[in-house]
Design a protein around this ligand. Structure first.
Ligand SMILES: C[S@@+](CC[C@H](N)C(=O)[O-])C[C@H]1O[C@@H](n2cnc3c(N)ncnc32)[C@H](O)[C@@H]1O
Length: 269
């Protein structure tokens, strides 16, 4: 069955729960640091930005705080938009930050968007069910000479267990009810965080504390997002680079994390 037609993971609910419980100034600074560090810049002064699949809204506010002239965010899931709007209200509803419902696969919607200095889409395009179509539409909104910062689940990283193993887990997770999902969360922690050895519990708890220093996110929110994240496709880094470069971009930087590869491209002027 087509991935898009199957039951989807409720990303937005996960983000809304996360941001309501966890939003604070420190998370904004952590996200800002991560974005600027990866981009090799000290600020985003004066840049117009679109945050595609804005999720919790945390990274939108971080980019505004880094000096972006405006940030427009959109997300397919109305609960993600609600999460972003919650963050907007916490930040005093800045006039230069919008968040609305929309799909990167909706060609007519995307075509109406302006061109931006920076198109940012972190951990989104592989969750649309049509990753190449999504990358193409997202890239189409980058100004000549502008920046394209995306993160995609990397097939290069995911060797053991295989991508097929995880796709099957995800299908089962989204088809499960609350209790079975909590059991699967526990199974994941036991098997992949504690390696089936209770003596690894302190190290796991230490990683939970350290985790929020990476992008300002929460380990358990991201475990649910990982297990449930469906639809989902894994992408080889080289395939992504070739695809984007063929559209008239040049790769500036790539960094591979636990599961995502981050790419920074510049559009030819
Ligand atoms: C893993 S989350 C990442 C959220 C955020 N970018 C971050 O880095 O925390 C993926 C997000 O992509 C959104 N999404 C999925 N399909 C989409 C689509 N077709 N158009 C726009 N957003 C989409 C989901 O609703 C979800 O909020």
């Amino acid at each position: 069955m087509d991935q898009v037609e199957e039951k989807r993971f409720e990303f937005g609910k996960n983000w809304h729960d996360f941001i309501q419980k966890n939003f604070d100034a420190e998370k904004v600074q952590t996200s800002k640091r991560h974005i600027l560090q990866f981009m090799g810049r000290s600020d985003l002064n004066g840049l117009t930005v679109i945050d595609i699949g804005c999720g919790s809204g945390l990274h939108s506010i971080a980019m505004l705080d880094a000096g972006a002239a405006r940030v427009d965010g959109f997300d397919y899931d109305p609960d993600s938009v609600r999460a972003s709007k919650f963050v907007q209200s916490q930040a005093g509803n800045p006039a230069n930050w919008t968040a609305e419902q929309g799909s990167v696969l909706d060609d007519a919607y995307v075509a109406k968007l302006p061109l931006y200095d920076l198109v940012y889409s972190w951990g989104v395009l592989h969750h649309t069910g049509e990753v190449w179509h999504a990358i193409q539409n997202a890239a189409s909104r980058v100004k000549p000479g502008g920046l394209f910062y995306i993160a995609l689940y990397s097939a290069d990283v995911q060797k053991d267990p295989t991508p097929e193993f995880w796709l099957d887990v995800k299908r089962r997770y989204v088809a499960s009810g609350w209790l079975r999902r909590r059991l699967m969360d526990g199974w994941y922690v036991w098997r992949f965080e504690m390696y089936r050895d209770p003596r690894n519990l302190p190290a796991f708890l230490r990683r939970v504390r350290e985790y929020k220093k990476m992008r300002g996110m929460n380990k358990f929110t991201d475990i649910r997002d990982w297990l449930g994240g469906w639809p989902m496709e894994f992408v080889y880094d080289k395939d992504a680079i070739d695809f984007v470069e063929k559209m008239g971009f040049k790769l500036e930087k790539i960094a591979t994390g636990e599961a995502n590869s981050e790419f920074l491209f510049v559009r030819n002027a």
